[in-house]
Design a protein around this ligand. Structure first.
Ligand SMILES: Cc1cc2nc3c(=O)[nH]c(=O)nc-3n(C[C@H](O)[C@H](O)[C@H](O)COP(=O)(O)OP(=O)(O)OC[C@H]3O[C@@H](n4cnc5c(N)ncnc54)[C@H](O)[C@@H]3O)c2cc1C
Length: 464
């Protein structure tokens, strides 16, 4: 006999958790199926949380190394990659225990095992013991996330080749790393390794880093990565990966041969759909393994929803969580007067940190929008000077006539926090969205937030 629920959610990452919590709060009976033996999803175990915990610890280390007060202690410092990983495991454990409590407190049943559709309303769960259970439900939310794409001609079982999952199992500190793929994950790990004094080659398949960002911000990122010793190569593509007893060589189509002791593959991700048996129940999947959904996140079977990385971009924990809650609203209430925002902020935890929302200068120029720029350099802010964090800038793009805020681009200390102040103003309707707000309000002093006032005054001066 199958256990019966109103909704089955497959996956306990941000997408699945957001959906499950909201569904249960609306009085629906909910089961969550998770194939790992702990909740939290890849977000907690392999993606966002471990990478940010690593980054934080390594940033502390880099700050310490660069501080003149501690110069004399450097010879006794020996921090290794496995030590840093152990540190991030503590954060993961805290996250898992907190998230587990969310499920128990909200009476959501968790089934640990691999989910596969037996039919369009029944999910079969195979536990690691081999036991099989069936769960039936009126509706299903698929939130199975994604994994690193692994091309068939790269040997991932080699000790010299890792991706963003297996780098978390590395048992030593590499001396030289080649990162293939300069997307967000590639750039973040380039910063992490560079701050650990590892030599880094960052191989980009495109002509600039993170081309969805404002050009000035990516120029700054390239400058600072190079300043930290990262060698960046653009417009390269892999021909083959060859290993020998000294390490690994990445041969590029351009003829370049890049030797290192570790190749970090960071080029693309695939949706986790192949184990679900979607073919047999008529749910369409594209060639990246992502489920095709409409604006209500319904798949080609309208009672089967999909959210998070498994539906493709923006593939962020932040957006996945909101998509999960949004779908739960739709399932619980039919129609909702809530629309997910079109523009999701980007937070990129490189060193320096980057964050942005809205249109870039390039986009505004292409669209013939008459805009002006307001900017604040962090080196001129008291708070940044006090903290020794003078690298960075806040750039506000606004309409010359209406003064409407059109884009916020920031790099440097606290960039991913700072962006949300402007986001709140940019989301206002009509005349309430104005750069004047920042010039006319009072900010705590000294703060990084004060950058908004400085940038607004700079911009308004340019049009006066
Ligand atoms: C290195 C790295 C850094 C990142 N940094 C950030 C960041 O700073 N900020 C940010 O917003 N995002 C970041 N992301 C992206 C973020 O981790 C993902 O967008 C997020 O995890 C997606 O959430 P999700 O709920 O869709 O799926 P996931 O978190 O991937 O969880 C899916 C869950 O489904 C389970 N599952 C899969 N198939 C089955 C099955 N058949 N049966 C049962 N269970 C199954 C999996 O075991 C997993 O637990 C990062 C990603 C990586 C790789």
């Amino acid at each position: 006999m199958a256990s019966a629920y109103d909704v089955v959610v497959i996956g306990s990452g941000p997408g699945g958790e957001g959906a499950a919590m909201k569904l249960s709060k609306q009085g629906l009976s909910v089961a969550v199926v998770e194939m790992q033996n702990q909740v939290g999803g890849n977000c907690t175990h392999k993606g966002t949380i471990p990478s940010k915990a690593l980054r934080h610890a390594i940033q502390l280390l880099a700050d310490y190394r660069h501080h003149p007060l501690f110069e004399h202690t450097l010879s006794v410092m020996d921090v290794t990659w496995p030590m840093l990983l152990r540190n991030s495991e503590q954060v993961i454990a805290q996250q898992v225990s907190m998230r587990h409590r969310f499920y128990t407190r909200n009476r959501v049943d968790i089934f640990h095992g691999q989910a596969r559709f037996a039919d369009a309303n029944t999910v079969e769960v195979t536990a690691s013991t081999g036991d099989v259970q069936q769960i039936s439900a009126d509706k299903v939310v698929i939130a199975t996330g994604s994994r690193p794409y692994r091309p068939p001609n790269v040997e991932f079982s080699s000790p010299h080749v890792v991706d963003s999952d297996t780098v978390l199992e590395l048992d030593h500190t590499p001396r030289r790393v080649t990162i293939y793929g300069a997307g967000v994950i590639g750039c973040e790990y380039a910063s992490i390794f560079a701050n650990l004094d590892v030599k880094v080659n960052l191989v980009n398949t495109r002509d600039r880093l993170l081309s969805f960002l404002d050009d000035e911000i990516t120029d700054a990122l390239s400058y600072h990565l190079r300043d930290q010793g990262v060698v960046i190569m653009h417009n390269e593509s892999m021909q083959e990966v060859v290993e020998d007893d000294k390490g690994v060589v990445l041969r590029c189509r351009s003829g370049k041969e890049i030797r290192s002791d570790l190749l970090f593959w960071a080029n693309g991700r695939s949706g986790n759909t192949e184990l679900l048996g979607l073919d047999e129940i008529g749910v369409a999947v594209n060639q990246r393994g992502q489920i095709e959904v409409n604006e209500r996140f319904q798949s080609s079977q309208e009672h089967i929803y999909a959210v998070g990385d498994v539906v493709g971009p923006p593939a962020l924990a932040s957006a996945s969580y909101d998509q999960g809650r949004f779908v739960a609203h739709l399932i619980g209430q039919g129609e909702v007067d809530w629309k997910l925002i079109d523009e999701v902020p980007a937070g990129i935890y490189t060193s320096p940190e980057i964050s942005s929302i809205g249109r870039t200068e390039r986009e505004l120029t292409d669209q013939n929008v008459p805009y002006e720029v307001g900017r604040a350099e962090f080196k001129n802010l008291a708070r940044a000077q006090i903290g020794g964090r003078s690298v960075g800038m806040l750039k506000l793009l606004f309409h010359r006539e209406s003064l409407q805020l059109l884009g916020i681009h920031c790099f440097g200390e606290q960039a991913s926090e700072i962006v949300h102040i402007g986001q709140a103003i940019m989301a206002q309707q009509g005349e309430a969205n104005t750069i004047s707000y920042f010039a006319e309000t009072t900010f705590n002093y000294p703060t990084m937030a004060e950058a908004y006032r400085v940038a607004a005054l700079y911009g308004l001066n340019r049009i006066s």
